[in-house]
Design a binder for this molecule. Sequence first.
Ligand code: FAD
Length: 290
Amino acid sequence: MKIRDILGQGRPTLSFEVFPPKTEDKYETVEEAAKEIAQLSPDFMSVTYGAGGGTSRYTVDIAAALNNEYHVPTLAHLTCVSSTRQQVACLLRELKDRGIENVLALRGDIPKEGRAAHDYQYASQLIEEIKKSGDFCIGAACYPEGHVESANKAEDIAHLKEKVEAGCDFVTTQMFFDNNILYNYLYRIRERGITVPVVAGIMPVTSALQIKRICQMSGTYLPSRFKAIVDRFGDNPAAMKQAGIAYATEQIIDLIANGVNGIHVYSMNKPDVAGRIQESLSEILGRGNG
Ligand code: FAD
Protein backbone atom coordinates (compact mmCIF):
# COMPACT_ATOMS: atom_id res chain seq x y z
CA MET A 1 0.00 0.00 0.00
CA LYS A 2 1.17 3.51 -0.74
CA ILE A 3 2.01 5.69 2.25
CA ARG A 4 0.37 8.74 0.65
CA ASP A 5 -2.96 6.85 0.78
CA ILE A 6 -2.41 5.94 4.45
CA LEU A 7 -1.58 9.55 5.34
CA GLY A 8 -4.56 10.74 3.35
CA GLN A 9 -7.04 8.93 5.58
CA GLY A 10 -7.37 11.92 7.91
CA ARG A 11 -6.63 10.01 11.13
CA PRO A 12 -3.57 9.74 13.40
CA THR A 13 -1.01 7.25 12.08
CA LEU A 14 1.91 5.65 13.89
CA SER A 15 4.96 4.25 12.11
CA PHE A 16 8.27 2.84 13.29
CA GLU A 17 11.80 2.84 11.92
CA VAL A 18 14.46 0.14 11.89
CA PHE A 19 18.03 0.26 10.65
CA PRO A 20 19.86 -2.58 8.86
CA PRO A 21 22.87 -4.35 10.37
CA LYS A 22 26.39 -3.30 9.40
CA THR A 23 27.56 -6.91 9.13
CA GLU A 24 26.09 -10.25 8.05
CA ASP A 25 26.46 -11.83 11.50
CA LYS A 26 24.01 -9.28 12.99
CA TYR A 27 21.40 -9.77 10.24
CA GLU A 28 19.23 -12.27 12.08
CA THR A 29 19.09 -10.20 15.29
CA VAL A 30 17.98 -7.10 13.37
CA GLU A 31 15.46 -9.05 11.29
CA GLU A 32 14.02 -10.53 14.47
CA ALA A 33 13.66 -7.06 16.07
CA ALA A 34 12.05 -5.70 12.89
CA LYS A 35 9.55 -8.57 12.84
CA GLU A 36 8.67 -8.06 16.49
CA ILE A 37 7.93 -4.40 15.73
CA ALA A 38 5.90 -5.45 12.67
CA GLN A 39 3.73 -7.61 14.92
CA LEU A 40 2.48 -4.40 16.56
CA SER A 41 0.80 -3.70 13.17
CA PRO A 42 1.97 -0.11 12.77
CA ASP A 43 0.56 1.92 9.87
CA PHE A 44 3.91 1.51 8.12
CA MET A 45 7.57 0.84 8.84
CA SER A 46 10.68 2.37 7.37
CA VAL A 47 14.08 0.75 6.87
CA THR A 48 17.07 3.08 6.73
CA TYR A 49 19.91 2.94 4.22
CA GLY A 50 23.46 2.59 5.52
CA ALA A 51 25.67 5.57 4.71
CA GLY A 52 27.72 4.77 1.60
CA GLY A 53 25.29 2.10 0.41
CA GLY A 54 27.44 -0.88 1.47
CA THR A 55 24.52 -2.48 3.30
CA SER A 56 21.80 -1.76 0.72
CA ARG A 57 21.15 -5.49 0.35
CA TYR A 58 20.06 -5.69 3.99
CA THR A 59 17.75 -2.67 3.58
CA VAL A 60 16.02 -4.35 0.65
CA ASP A 61 15.85 -7.78 2.33
CA ILE A 62 14.41 -6.44 5.60
CA ALA A 63 11.95 -4.15 3.79
CA ALA A 64 10.79 -7.05 1.59
CA ALA A 65 10.32 -9.35 4.60
CA LEU A 66 8.22 -6.73 6.45
CA ASN A 67 6.16 -5.96 3.35
CA ASN A 68 5.61 -9.48 2.03
CA GLU A 69 5.64 -11.71 5.13
CA TYR A 70 4.20 -9.33 7.74
CA HIS A 71 2.05 -7.26 5.40
CA VAL A 72 3.16 -3.97 6.93
CA PRO A 73 3.46 -1.27 4.25
CA THR A 74 7.18 -0.52 4.03
CA LEU A 75 9.22 2.53 3.18
CA ALA A 76 12.74 1.77 1.94
CA HIS A 77 15.23 4.62 2.40
CA LEU A 78 17.63 5.27 -0.47
CA THR A 79 20.58 7.69 -0.50
CA CYS A 80 22.27 8.81 -3.72
CA VAL A 81 25.39 10.69 -2.61
CA SER A 82 27.78 7.84 -3.38
CA SER A 83 25.79 6.06 -6.11
CA THR A 84 25.85 6.07 -9.87
CA ARG A 85 22.66 6.40 -11.91
CA GLN A 86 23.06 2.79 -12.94
CA GLN A 87 23.25 1.59 -9.31
CA VAL A 88 20.14 3.58 -8.42
CA ALA A 89 18.24 2.20 -11.43
CA CYS A 90 19.23 -1.32 -10.45
CA LEU A 91 18.10 -0.88 -6.84
CA LEU A 92 14.78 0.67 -7.88
CA ARG A 93 14.14 -2.29 -10.17
CA GLU A 94 14.78 -4.66 -7.30
CA LEU A 95 12.49 -2.74 -4.93
CA LYS A 96 9.75 -2.86 -7.55
CA ASP A 97 10.25 -6.56 -8.23
CA ARG A 98 10.00 -7.31 -4.51
CA GLY A 99 6.75 -5.41 -4.11
CA ILE A 100 8.02 -2.33 -2.25
CA GLU A 101 5.96 0.67 -3.26
CA ASN A 102 7.44 3.44 -1.07
CA VAL A 103 10.89 5.04 -1.20
CA LEU A 104 12.35 7.78 1.04
CA ALA A 105 14.61 9.65 -1.37
CA LEU A 106 17.69 11.14 0.31
CA ARG A 107 20.97 12.67 -0.67
CA GLY A 108 22.82 11.23 2.35
CA ASP A 109 25.70 12.82 4.25
CA ILE A 110 28.79 13.69 2.22
CA PRO A 111 31.42 11.12 3.28
CA LYS A 112 34.54 12.59 4.95
CA GLU A 113 36.74 10.36 2.81
CA GLY A 114 35.11 11.70 -0.39
CA ARG A 115 32.31 10.44 -2.60
CA ALA A 116 32.48 7.20 -4.55
CA ALA A 117 30.40 8.78 -7.36
CA HIS A 118 29.24 12.23 -8.45
CA ASP A 119 26.06 11.59 -10.42
CA TYR A 120 23.81 13.29 -7.85
CA GLN A 121 24.22 16.57 -5.97
CA TYR A 122 20.87 16.80 -4.18
CA ALA A 123 17.92 14.62 -3.21
CA SER A 124 15.67 16.51 -5.65
CA GLN A 125 17.58 14.88 -8.56
CA LEU A 126 16.96 11.44 -7.09
CA ILE A 127 13.27 12.25 -6.64
CA GLU A 128 12.99 13.23 -10.33
CA GLU A 129 14.56 9.96 -11.33
CA ILE A 130 12.38 7.79 -9.06
CA LYS A 131 9.32 9.60 -10.38
CA LYS A 132 10.27 8.57 -13.93
CA SER A 133 11.10 4.99 -13.03
CA GLY A 134 7.74 3.67 -11.94
CA ASP A 135 4.74 4.05 -9.75
CA PHE A 136 6.49 4.64 -6.40
CA CYS A 137 5.16 6.77 -3.56
CA ILE A 138 8.09 9.07 -2.75
CA GLY A 139 8.99 10.60 0.60
CA ALA A 140 11.78 13.06 1.43
CA ALA A 141 13.51 14.46 4.52
CA CYS A 142 12.87 17.88 6.04
CA TYR A 143 14.51 19.81 8.86
CA PRO A 144 12.39 21.96 11.21
CA GLU A 145 15.59 23.43 12.70
CA GLY A 146 17.23 23.77 9.25
CA HIS A 147 19.69 21.33 7.67
CA VAL A 148 23.23 21.69 9.06
CA GLU A 149 24.66 22.72 5.68
CA SER A 150 22.12 25.40 4.82
CA ALA A 151 22.85 29.08 5.42
CA ASN A 152 19.41 29.72 6.93
CA LYS A 153 15.95 28.20 7.30
CA ALA A 154 14.42 30.20 4.42
CA GLU A 155 16.99 28.76 1.98
CA ASP A 156 16.42 25.25 3.32
CA ILE A 157 12.65 25.63 2.85
CA ALA A 158 13.22 26.84 -0.73
CA HIS A 159 15.16 23.63 -1.41
CA LEU A 160 12.42 21.58 0.25
CA LYS A 161 10.01 23.13 -2.21
CA GLU A 162 12.22 21.90 -5.06
CA LYS A 163 11.90 18.37 -3.70
CA VAL A 164 8.12 18.66 -3.58
CA GLU A 165 8.03 20.07 -7.11
CA ALA A 166 10.23 17.19 -8.26
CA GLY A 167 7.46 14.84 -7.16
CA CYS A 168 7.69 13.88 -3.50
CA ASP A 169 4.38 12.88 -1.91
CA PHE A 170 5.17 13.50 1.76
CA VAL A 171 8.05 14.58 3.98
CA THR A 172 9.34 13.22 7.29
CA THR A 173 11.06 15.52 9.77
CA GLN A 174 14.35 15.13 11.51
CA MET A 175 13.87 14.58 15.24
CA PHE A 176 13.01 17.56 17.43
CA PHE A 177 12.33 17.81 21.15
CA ASP A 178 10.27 20.99 21.26
CA ASN A 179 6.95 20.80 19.42
CA ASN A 180 6.80 24.60 19.03
CA ILE A 181 9.70 24.28 16.57
CA LEU A 182 7.54 22.03 14.38
CA TYR A 183 4.43 24.26 14.67
CA ASN A 184 6.49 27.27 13.58
CA TYR A 185 8.04 25.29 10.69
CA LEU A 186 4.63 24.06 9.51
CA TYR A 187 3.40 27.63 9.40
CA ARG A 188 6.44 28.69 7.35
CA ILE A 189 6.32 25.85 4.82
CA ARG A 190 2.54 26.12 4.33
CA GLU A 191 3.04 29.84 3.71
CA ARG A 192 5.57 28.91 0.99
CA GLY A 193 2.94 26.72 -0.68
CA ILE A 194 4.27 23.33 0.47
CA THR A 195 1.10 21.36 1.09
CA VAL A 196 2.22 17.70 1.19
CA PRO A 197 1.68 15.77 4.45
CA VAL A 198 4.42 16.29 7.05
CA VAL A 199 5.20 13.26 9.21
CA ALA A 200 6.73 14.21 12.58
CA GLY A 201 9.86 12.18 13.44
CA ILE A 202 10.04 11.51 17.17
CA MET A 203 13.06 10.00 18.91
CA PRO A 204 12.50 8.31 22.27
CA VAL A 205 15.84 8.97 23.99
CA THR A 206 16.60 5.99 26.16
CA SER A 207 20.20 6.68 27.22
CA ALA A 208 22.36 9.68 28.11
CA LEU A 209 25.00 8.52 25.60
CA GLN A 210 22.44 8.50 22.80
CA ILE A 211 21.49 12.15 23.41
CA LYS A 212 25.15 13.19 23.59
CA ARG A 213 25.71 11.64 20.13
CA ILE A 214 22.58 13.28 18.71
CA CYS A 215 23.66 16.72 19.90
CA GLN A 216 27.18 16.29 18.51
CA MET A 217 25.88 15.19 15.11
CA SER A 218 22.94 17.48 14.49
CA GLY A 219 22.96 20.26 17.10
CA THR A 220 19.29 19.58 17.87
CA TYR A 221 17.82 22.04 20.39
CA LEU A 222 17.15 20.52 23.80
CA PRO A 223 14.49 22.29 25.91
CA SER A 224 15.37 22.78 29.59
CA ARG A 225 12.55 20.39 30.57
CA PHE A 226 14.29 17.67 28.54
CA LYS A 227 17.78 18.55 29.82
CA ALA A 228 16.53 18.23 33.40
CA ILE A 229 15.43 14.65 32.66
CA VAL A 230 18.86 13.73 31.28
CA ASP A 231 20.62 15.45 34.21
CA ARG A 232 18.46 13.70 36.78
CA PHE A 233 18.20 10.21 35.24
CA GLY A 234 21.17 9.97 32.82
CA ASP A 235 23.16 7.79 35.22
CA ASN A 236 20.30 5.38 35.83
CA PRO A 237 19.65 3.49 32.56
CA ALA A 238 16.27 2.04 33.57
CA ALA A 239 14.96 5.40 34.82
CA MET A 240 16.34 7.23 31.76
CA LYS A 241 14.59 4.77 29.46
CA GLN A 242 11.28 5.17 31.29
CA ALA A 243 11.55 8.97 31.31
CA GLY A 244 12.66 9.09 27.63
CA ILE A 245 9.69 7.00 26.53
CA ALA A 246 7.31 9.14 28.62
CA TYR A 247 8.74 12.36 27.13
CA ALA A 248 8.35 11.05 23.55
CA THR A 249 4.79 9.87 24.31
CA GLU A 250 3.83 13.29 25.69
CA GLN A 251 5.31 14.96 22.62
CA ILE A 252 3.20 12.69 20.38
CA ILE A 253 -0.01 13.35 22.32
CA ASP A 254 0.53 17.11 22.03
CA LEU A 255 1.22 16.78 18.28
CA ILE A 256 -1.92 14.77 17.62
CA ALA A 257 -3.98 17.14 19.81
CA ASN A 258 -2.72 19.98 17.60
CA GLY A 259 -3.65 18.26 14.34
CA VAL A 260 -0.32 16.68 13.36
CA ASN A 261 -1.59 13.24 12.41
CA GLY A 262 1.52 11.55 10.96
CA ILE A 263 3.82 10.29 13.72
CA HIS A 264 7.01 8.38 12.92
CA VAL A 265 8.98 6.93 15.83
CA TYR A 266 12.73 6.44 15.49
CA SER A 267 12.43 3.15 17.32
CA MET A 268 16.07 2.11 16.72
CA ASN A 269 15.43 -1.66 16.49
CA LYS A 270 13.88 -1.69 19.98
CA PRO A 271 10.55 -3.57 19.98
CA ASP A 272 9.97 -2.90 23.70
CA VAL A 273 10.23 0.87 23.18
CA ALA A 274 7.92 0.75 20.15
CA GLY A 275 5.44 -1.43 22.05
CA ARG A 276 5.33 0.81 25.12
CA ILE A 277 4.69 3.92 23.04
CA GLN A 278 1.99 2.23 21.00
CA GLU A 279 0.27 0.88 24.10
CA SER A 280 0.20 4.34 25.73
CA LEU A 281 -1.49 5.74 22.61
CA SER A 282 -4.00 2.94 21.99
CA GLU A 283 -7.16 4.98 22.61
CA ILE A 284 -5.70 8.06 20.90
CA LEU A 285 -4.98 5.98 17.80
CA GLY A 286 -8.38 4.30 18.00
CA ARG A 287 -6.81 0.88 18.63
CA GLY A 288 -7.97 0.38 22.21
CA ASN A 289 -10.86 -1.68 23.54
CA GLY A 290 -12.54 1.20 25.36
P1 FAD B 1 19.00 17.40 0.29
O1 FAD B 1 17.53 17.59 0.30
O2 FAD B 1 19.66 17.22 -1.02
O3 FAD B 1 19.64 18.65 1.07
C1 FAD B 1 20.99 18.64 1.47
C2 FAD B 1 21.47 20.08 1.66
O4 FAD B 1 21.59 20.71 0.38
C3 FAD B 1 20.50 20.95 2.47
O5 FAD B 1 21.27 21.87 3.22
C4 FAD B 1 19.70 21.69 1.38
O6 FAD B 1 19.17 22.92 1.85
C5 FAD B 1 20.76 21.88 0.31
N1 FAD B 1 20.25 21.94 -1.07
C6 FAD B 1 19.27 21.16 -1.60
N2 FAD B 1 19.09 21.51 -2.91
C7 FAD B 1 19.97 22.50 -3.19
C8 FAD B 1 20.29 23.27 -4.35
N3 FAD B 1 19.60 23.10 -5.49
N4 FAD B 1 21.27 24.22 -4.27
C9 FAD B 1 21.94 24.43 -3.10
N5 FAD B 1 21.69 23.73 -1.97
C10 FAD B 1 20.73 22.77 -2.02
N6 FAD B 1 20.91 9.26 6.01
C11 FAD B 1 21.33 8.02 5.61
O7 FAD B 1 22.53 7.83 5.29
N7 FAD B 1 20.45 6.96 5.55
C12 FAD B 1 19.14 7.09 5.87
O8 FAD B 1 18.38 6.11 5.81
C13 FAD B 1 18.66 8.37 6.29
N8 FAD B 1 17.36 8.57 6.62
C14 FAD B 1 16.91 9.82 6.98
C15 FAD B 1 15.55 10.01 7.26
C16 FAD B 1 15.07 11.26 7.64
C17 FAD B 1 13.61 11.44 7.95
C18 FAD B 1 15.98 12.35 7.76
C19 FAD B 1 15.48 13.70 8.22
C20 FAD B 1 17.34 12.19 7.46
C21 FAD B 1 17.82 10.92 7.05
N9 FAD B 1 19.17 10.71 6.73
C22 FAD B 1 19.60 9.47 6.34
C23 FAD B 1 20.15 11.81 6.84
C24 FAD B 1 20.30 12.59 5.49
O9 FAD B 1 20.86 11.73 4.52
C25 FAD B 1 21.21 13.80 5.73
O10 FAD B 1 20.59 14.72 6.57
C26 FAD B 1 21.80 14.46 4.49
O11 FAD B 1 22.84 15.34 4.91
C27 FAD B 1 20.80 15.30 3.70
O12 FAD B 1 19.96 14.52 2.97
P2 FAD B 1 18.67 15.18 2.22
O13 FAD B 1 18.02 14.13 1.45
O14 FAD B 1 17.88 15.98 3.17
O15 FAD B 1 19.47 16.17 1.22
